[in-house]
Design a binder for this molecule. Structure first.
Ligand code: ATP
Ligand code: MG
Length: 455
């Protein structure tokens, strides 16, 4: 049994309106068999008691049982507010308006996904998290940027922008191998997986690589690193040209086919990746822009950059430093079987090695294309869902157990509104970023905003 005092405070611009309001509320109460009594001569006490001070100066009470009392306590919303030092801001709780502060490192699995239709604010929320993480934590941050959307933000934060394109003179070498590349005794195993997926993208074809081709590639990979592994100096690092030469020397017909396919990337017009790495990473935050690589090269570019960053993660692991990786347009990596398999592998390994990857994609269906790729969804404890198209919404509802009511938050929602999954906590959020700020003008991609800022 609880003793409860119910106070209804009325305010209005003038006396007349106040009387009207009071009349309306009294009518409403009568409709439900309740009587409201005016606090004549006790208005000051009434005001004080209705402020959130925990003081009740009104001695009118009635007894209610637990269940009746509970109706008057609206504080049943779930909150996510961690107050440790590295908690980052993810918007306001749409139900309670409280801030959502969360530290992904506290999750069993910090890997994250940002899902939403085009224009729903995926890249924008990634940029917001990047900025926040850059200012609050000491983590390294790397961005794979297929649309050149992040470079202005990264430059403004004093970071490094690496432009990978046929016309740039900044190179990264897909054959780079750090000796701590993999925790198995042989760093070549994972590297061979990478080169297989690289070759798959090059050779293409519906069925991917054939078993014989895989064998030949694996054999050549082991040979091509032999010199370097005996004497690991940077100038001994093999490049694609070395792999091509070895392929040409193999007796199998398949090897010739592979070598011919690789040729254009070695001596032909697509030789962007046939150089030793000549960019040193000097900054905590790095953006790899691969926009100017054409359609086919773009997937290769993403793959190569992902591998470079993996090298960085393995270095950072020894320094006990976390690496945050953002992959925009991640669906590009999930189309080919071998490439997808390699990405899934990296996704799983990242967590163990102190990496925090975040994938952004508009194609939920691609995430469920195969059992293997579904691993990405299952291995991500942080999912930021923005507006969804009908079909994707049903898929997600089934996969993540979202109730029809919660689905409302990702149906025709505005940019920056949606549902946040943090472990087993599900919270609807709104994040209306103030538009009159310098940060907004750097982060926006909306054409009208961009036109305004150049005026
Ligand atoms: N939280 C937000 N507050 C205010 N404006 C936002 C917010 N999120 C997004 N916007 C606006 O919406 C625009 C589009 O967002 P964004 O570029 O992130 O879309 P996207 O989901 O990445 O789309 P695409 O799939 O085409 O890459 C932004 O440029 C920005 O102007
Ligand atoms: Mg985007």
């Amino acid at each position: 049994m609880f003793l409860v005092t119910m106070l209804v405070m009325n305010m209005a611009e003038n006396r007349q309106k106040l009387e009207n309001n009071i009349g309306q509320i009294a009518n409403f109460a009568v409709k439900y068999n309740c009587a409201l009594r005016r606090l004549d001569w006790q208005q000051e006490q009434g005001l004080v008691s209705s402020l959130p001070l925990g003081l009740n100066q009104i001695n009118i009470q009635r007894g209610l049982t637990t269940s009746s009392t509970a109706i008057f306590v609206p504080f049943t919303t779930q909150e996510l507010f961690q107050d440790n030092r590295e908690a980052l801001y993810y918007g306001l709780n749409a139900l309670s308006n409280n801030m959502i502060m969360a530290d992904r490192k506290k999750l069993k699995n910090p890997n994250g996904l940002i899902l939403g239709t085009p224009g729903s604010g995926k890249s924008f929320s990634a940029k917001r998290e990047i900025t926040n993480a850059f200012l609050i934590t000491n983590d390294d941050i790397a961005v794979i940027d297929p649309e050149d959307e992040y470079s202005s933000l990264v430059r403004r934060l004093g970071g490094q922008v690496i432009d990978i394109s046929p016309t740039s003179d900044q190179y990264i070498n897909p054959m780079d191998l750090t000796l701590n590349y993999s925790e198995e005794d042989n760093p070549l195993t994972l590297k061979s997986d990478f080169i297989l997926s690289f070759m798959e993208l090059i050779v293409g074809g519906k069925a991917g690589l054939e078993p014989v081709e895989k064998t030949v590639i694996d054999r050549c990979v082991h040979m091509v690193y032999r010199d370097y592994l005996q004497d690991p100096r940077p100038e001994k690092m093999p490049i694609l040209g070395d792999l091509h030469r070895l392929l040409c020397q193999q007796p199998e017909l398949e090897a010739q086919r592979l070598a011919t396919a690789l040729e254009i990337y070695v001596t032909g017009s697509l030789n962007v990746f046939n150089h030793r790495t000549n960019v040193a990473i000097k900054s905590r935050i790095v953006c790899y822009v691969i926009k100017k690589l054409g359609k086919q090269l773009k997937k290769l570019g993403m793959q190569v950059v992902q591998d470079q960053i993996w090298g960085r993660v393995s270095e950072n692991r020894d320094a006990h430093r976390a690496t945050r990786l953002y992959i925009d347009e991640m669906h590009l990596l999930l189309k080919e079987e071998q490439t997808a398999a390699y990405s899934v592998e990296i996704w799983k390994r990242f967590r163990k090695w102190g990496g925090i990857p975040t994938g952004l994609t508009q194609n939920v269906k691609d995430l469920l294309a195969s059992r293997e790729i579904e691993n990405i969804l299952e291995n991500s404890d942080f999912i930021y869902i923005l507006n969804q198209a009908g079909g994707d919404r049903q898929i997600l509802a089934k996969q993540l157990n979202i109730s029809p009511h919660q689905l409302g938050y990702v149906t025709n929602s505005n940019a920056g509104e949606g549902l946040l999954f943090y472990g087993n906590v599900i919270i609807p959020f709104v994040d209306h970023f103030p538009k009159d700020t310098e940060l907004y003008s750097i982060m926006t991609t909306r054409p009208e905003d961009l036109a305004e800022s150049t005026q």
